[in-house]
Design a protein around this ligand. Sequence first.
Ligand SMILES: Cc1cc2nc3c(=O)[nH]c(=O)nc-3n(C[C@H](O)[C@H](O)[C@H](O)COP(=O)(O)OP(=O)(O)OC[C@H]3O[C@@H](n4cnc5c(N)ncnc54)[C@H](O)[C@@H]3O)c2cc1C
Length: 345
Amino acid sequence: MVVGIIGAGACGLAAATVLEQAKIKYIILERNNKPGSKILASGNGKCNIMNMENMSLNKELIAFLKANSCPTYFDLEGRVYPLSNSSKTILNVFLDNISKENLKTNELVTKIVKKDSCYIVNDYKFDKLILATGSSANIVLSKQSLCYDYLSSLNIRLTELKPSLVGFKVKEDVSILKNNRFKVEVSLYNDSKLIAKENGEIIFKTDGLSGICVMNLSYYYNHLKELKDPYLRININPSFSYNQLKSLKYAFPDNTYLYFKDKDIHNLILHIKDTYDIKDAQVICGGISKNDVNIDYSLKLDKNIYVGGELLDEDFPCGGFNLSHAFRSGFIIGENIKNEIYHRI
Ligand SMILES: Cc1cc2nc3c(=O)[nH]c(=O)nc-3n(C[C@H](O)[C@H](O)[C@H](O)COP(=O)(O)OP(=O)(O)OC[C@H]3O[C@@H](n4cnc5c(N)ncnc54)[C@H](O)[C@@H]3O)c2cc1C
């Protein structure tokens, strides 16, 4: 019995640690020359692995980090990071718990052939598969389809893929504000109804805006059933009074006060044209539908294929929720395969 894990990211590596411990044979096939590129990119290189809000869901990750003496801390917003403040630490904890010879890099999977009850993937033959290829978020356009192309050979369907945790392009001309940052309270409206409100820093681009608070709003935007004149209402420097800000030329960076001169800075309305592209997004909204997956993460159309992490149509706001979901699903898939194999014996 050999398990093939496609993708050496958070989900694939978490699953591999369980199989390794259970002495179940496995091979990880990773298309890049190194594993865990998104783990390394996460949280600006600090790796925001989970959130205080969902600690109870992450027992496996917490136990794993504890067993490996990897201390963590949380910030004022409940975001959990490794004490080292380095995502390399998190990647290394996982790599130290798998056999290096089982990790095969530069192994892009473009096709999987089912033959008898086995799966032929590149030059390997597997009895079970874990699909952990993540998403095309933050990947250059020419390589985006490579995350998903192989799924059609297994007749696996995807829901619509939309960039999420990403900035918005707006209809108004904001080019004069480009590269300037403001502390704001920003609200998303659709069909004149308030959908969500966030506080934080925004940064303007030539044709729109970004920043963690805006990225979080893109999560809610993507989950709207119907878009009806969506707009952002921005309250700039909400803790300062209107008069304080209007009278002070030096309250705004450079010449941006000229833009705000004839505007209500506590009620700036920007109409949403679209989100920025997939290559600018942190995650993807969409993937393999939960309806096509059993509770143990196996596929309904083939019980020997498991799917986890961002490849699933499950996305979350910023704050460690996406990474922890990928780790959690990987640990659970590993446990389920372990239980199935030992139960059978
Ligand atoms: C810039 C950035 C910052 C982020 N910050 C955070 C954060 O702070 N907190 C948080 O919770 N989330 C964050 N995320 C999201 C988080 O990183 C992902 O949700 C998470 O890594 C997904 O894990 P995964 O295992 O599903 O996929 P991945 O980690 O993407 O792993 C998939 C692996 O599969 C490989 N692969 C893909 N296709 C193939 C193929 N066809 N053949 C072989 N291999 C393949 C990939 O190269 C990759 O190594 C961030 C994302 C980005 C882009």
